[in-house]
Structure formats: structure tokens, C-alpha cells
Write a protein that binds this ligand. Structure first.
Ligand SMILES: [Zn+2]
Ligand SMILES: [Zn+2]
Length: 456
């Protein structure tokens, strides 16, 4: 999914450095080219604003991340890219003006301020807050036919307003949103693209994922974008581990989409996101396929004081190319509160160190699956409930995603044994009421590692 620098290009660059040798700069320049110093960058590649159904105006949303320690974001609204074309419709709304002449020579999406409250309506209060913070020139309104329209800032203008080289980066993208029969929602993000294609409906979640992935390749080429399968557990076990086992081309999924971690029913026997991840990776590792990588994102719609999940990427530069390359290579972790100082895998041993900025105690759990695991599953039928559609839930064996070792402390390592398929590490601060799976908090998750490969 990501083009790495070819050896030919690298050698070409090295040749240019060699040419500078006479000026006495070669050793330093060469060392830099060989091993650029990498650091961690915090980001969120799944969020919403008023371009679709997020509560705040676009600049309010972007500013929130920039002001809260994030280095990069992708404002991924539903089925729309924040482009310059003049429009009055979008995700669940349609508000053509009574007098189109009032918008002559205007661009972008205009939304109507709602007289009544309710999500995800554009509220006067949010407009006033944004005006007070960013000024009337930033938040423009036109009143026509008794309705007040507010202009949504397009991506290009948000970039100019907020991007700062080396400090804050915006990556374009959007969330493909829709579903199929039985109310199964299948959402995916396309990251680093600036055009959308219509949602592909099909009979099953697997078909939607397969065809959307293929259409993405056709529309965006083989290269420089990411495709993520989002929130498998929302609304209610919407797509299954079997779907991603059948589609090894899908390399990224949302392990931690914490906007939906609460407020819906979970079946006591059904898989949770970590088990989902391990079921897919047990199969992929056993069959020599690249492993599935787990992202943390908050899928924000409301902007409360605290985000609930994010991803931290190790790269030499805060640049889209570097970040997407590192994510594709698995050099990142998902978090909802803790950080890794270091993650190293030498082909056999996974070593991690917690960046302990708060009081512990901390725990490192190494998880994985053995070669002789039980791959079978059984189905549980769940009847329709107040907040959930009827579903068949897959239940898998506890031999998948088992604890391989536990270290109490901030530093630990695990060496893959001959019968291990892969290993991953999860770090937690140990509270009295430690929850399991992705609801552990605060916690962070490395990617899975197989022998002699780096996360596949
Ligand atoms: Zn979604
Ligand atoms: Zn979303």
C-alpha cells in the first residue's frame, strides 16, 4: 500500500552525497541519510465536524487537536471531502437556498443554523463560539429566506490556517459510510485522498469491504493512501474476524474506536476488538500472510475535554509520506492514555519500555497465539434488543490471543518461542478496577510481530 524508496533512488541520493565529499561534508551527511533520527508523533486519523455530523465547526475541531498536543490529524467526514465546490447538502441534510443568487461566486459547503437542538444539527451557540475564537472573517454567514447559512471551511483553507511545518500536519481523507442488510454498518477510512466515490452497497459486509478496497485501488492507485476498516463492533458486531481473514489485503483496522466503547450492548460471549485482532492474526501468521495492524482513533463527533484513543507513529519527519510509510510498516502504537518510550523487535525478541510520566504501578502483558491453537468458532444467535439488531455472534477459543508473559514494571521483553505464531505487547497502568481488552485504561498496544519480520 505504500511505495518505499527504491534502492536505485537511494543510491542516486547517496551518489549526490558522495559528490559533496570534497567539501568535507560527506561523513555527517551520509550518517544522516543512513539513519535519520526518528521520534514519536501523536495523531488521530478519524474524526468528524460539521462537514458531516460532528458537532463543532471545522476550525473548532482542527484547533482542538492542535491545542491538545496532537502532531497530525485527518478530518475524515462521512462520504464527503472538504472541497471548494459550492453545495448545500451532505450527510443527512439538504438545505438549498430559496435564492441561489445570494451565493453567487461563493464556494464550499453552507449549512443552515438549526432553530431546534439535536445531534448533529448546526447550533447557533457553536457558531457564536467559533466566531468569538476565530473572528467573523473566518466564520462567514449569509441570511437568506429567513435562514442563516454558515460556510464550512474547506480543507485547503484549514490547512493554511492551522498547519505549521514540524509542529502540526493535516492529512486529507474521508470515511466511507453505509451498510448492508440486517443493519450491518461497514465503514472504512481513505486517508490521504481528496476525492470520494459513492458508497458501495452489497449483500454482505465482506463484499462491501472487498469491493470498496478494490474500488479504492482503482480510484486512488496502488500507492500513497491508507485504507482502514473501522469499528467492527459498531453498531453491533457488524463485520467479523472471518471477513478480514478472507481479505488479507486489508492491513489496518480500528482496534480502539473509543467513541463507541460505551453506550451499546456487548454480548458476554462475543469477541471484543482485541480478540477480533488476534483471531485474524493467528490465521494470517499461520498462513504466512502480512499481519493486521491495529489503530487507535477517537472517531470524535462531540468535543468533550478528553479524547479517548489515538495512534502514535515513529517517523523521521512530520510529513505525510513518512507517517503513512511508518504506519504501513507497523511502526506505530495505539493508545488511550499510556505511551511507549521505545518498542524494538529484532526478528525474535520484542522489547518495550513504558514512558512512565505518571505514578504506576505499570504492567506489560505479552500476548500471542500458539501454533497449535484451536481455530474453530461457534455461532451464538442474539435476538433483537432495544438498541441492537438481531445478530449471529462468532465465539472463538481462548487459545487465541493468550497471555504469553506478564512483567510488572516499565520495561520488559519477550522472545518468540518455536511454537509462537506472533507476539504483541499491551501496557497498562494497574488500577483497582482494571478492565480487559480495549477498555483497559490507561493503556497502549504495540503491533503484532512474527519471527524475522517487522509486523509483517
Ligand atoms: Zn464510522
Ligand atoms: Zn466516524
Amino acid at each position: 500500500m505504500w511505495k518505499t524508496v527504491s534502492r536505485r533512488h537511494f543510491l542516486k541520493a547517496a551518489g549526490a552525497v558522495a559528490g559533496a565529499a570534497l567539501a568535507g561534508v560527506r561523513p555527517a551527511a551520509r550518517a544522516q541519510a543512513a539513519a535519520p533520527k526518528k521520534r514519536w508523533f501523536k495523531g488521530n486519523l478519524h474524526m468528524h465536524n460539521q462537514w458531516s455530523d460532528g458537532k463543532p465547526l471545522p476550525e473548532w475541531a482542527v484547533d482542538w487537536y492542535k491545542s491538545n498536543g496532537y502532531h497530525f490529524i485527518c478530518p475524515s467526514d462521512h462520504n464527503i471531502f472538504q472541497a471548494d465546490d459550492l453545495r448545500f447538502d451532505g450527510f443527512g441534510f439538504k438545505n438549498p437556498p430559496s435564492d441561489p443568487a445570494a451565493f453567487e461566486s461563493e464556494t464550499s459547503l453552507w449549512k443552515v443554523i438549526s432553530p431546534t437542538p439535536g445531534w448533529p444539527k448546526l447550533m447557533q451557540a457553536h457558531v457564536e463560539q467559533a466566531k468569538a475564537k476565530f473572528g467573523k472573517d473566518s466564520v462567514r454567514t449569509i441570511t437568506v429566506g429567513g435562514r442563516t447559512y454558515v460556510r464550512m471551511k474547506p480543507f485547503s483553507e484549514l490547512e493554511k490556517q492551522f498547519v505549521e511545518p514540524g509542529k502540526f500536519l493535516m492529512i486529507p481523507g474521508y470515511e466511507q459510510t453505509g451498510g448492508c442488510s440486517k443493519d450491518q454498518q461497514v465503514h472504512v477510512n481513505f486517508i490521504n485522498v481528496r476525492t470520494v466515490f459513492p458508497y458501495i452497497t452489497a449483500r454482505t459486509p465482506k463484499e462491501i469491504l472487498e469491493r470498496t478496497y478494490a474500488k479504492g485501488r482503482e480510484a486512488y492507485g496502488a500507492g500513497e493512501y491508507l485504507f482502514t476498516a473501522n469499528h467492527p463492533l459498531w453498531r453491533y458486531y457488524d463485520y467479523s474476524p472471518a471477513d478480514l481473514i478472507a481479505l488479507p489485503q486489508i492491513r489496518l483496522f480500528e482496534l480502539n474506536n473509543n467513541d463507541v466503547a460505551t453506550g451499546y450492548d456487548q454480548h458476554p460471549e462475543g469477541w471484543k476488538p482485541e480478540r477480533f485482532w488476534d483471531v485474524v492474526n493467528a490465521y494470517r501468521a499461520a498462513h504466512g500472510q502480512p499481519l493486521l495492524l491495529g489503530m487507535g482513533s477517537d472517531d470524535r463527533h462531540s468535543y468533550g475535554p478528553r479524547a479517548k484513543a489515538w495512534s502514535v507513529v515513529r517517523a523521521a519527519r512530520l510529513a505525510t509520506e513518512d507517517l503513512l510509510g511508518a504506519i504501513s510498516a507497523g511502526d506505530f502504537y495505539a493508545s488511550n492514555g499510556l505511551d511507549f518510550e521505545d518498542i524494538q523487535f529484532d526478528g525474535r525478541t520484542l522489547s518495550v519500555k513504558i514512558d512512565a510520566r505518571e505514578e504506576g504501578p505499570f504492567r506489560i502483558v505479552f500476548l500471542g497465539t500458539k501454533k497449535d491453537y484451536d481455530p474453530s468458532s461457534r455461532s451464538v444467535n442474539v435476538a433483537k434488543g432495544l438498541r441492537r439488531p438481531a445478530r449471529k455472534i462468532d465465539v472463538y477459543s481462548d487459545t487465541i490471543g493468550a497471555t504469553l508473559a506478564t512483567v510488572e514494571g516499565t520495561q520488559g521483553a519477550y522472545t518468540l518461542k518455536a511454537d509462537d505464531l506472533y507476539v504483541r505487547a499491551k501496557i497498562v497502568k494497574v488500577p483497582a478496577d482494571l478492565k480487559d481488552d480495549w477498555q483497559s485504561q490507561p493503556a497502549a498496544w504495540t503491533q503484532p510481530y512474527t519471527r524475522s519480520t517487522n509486523a509483517g
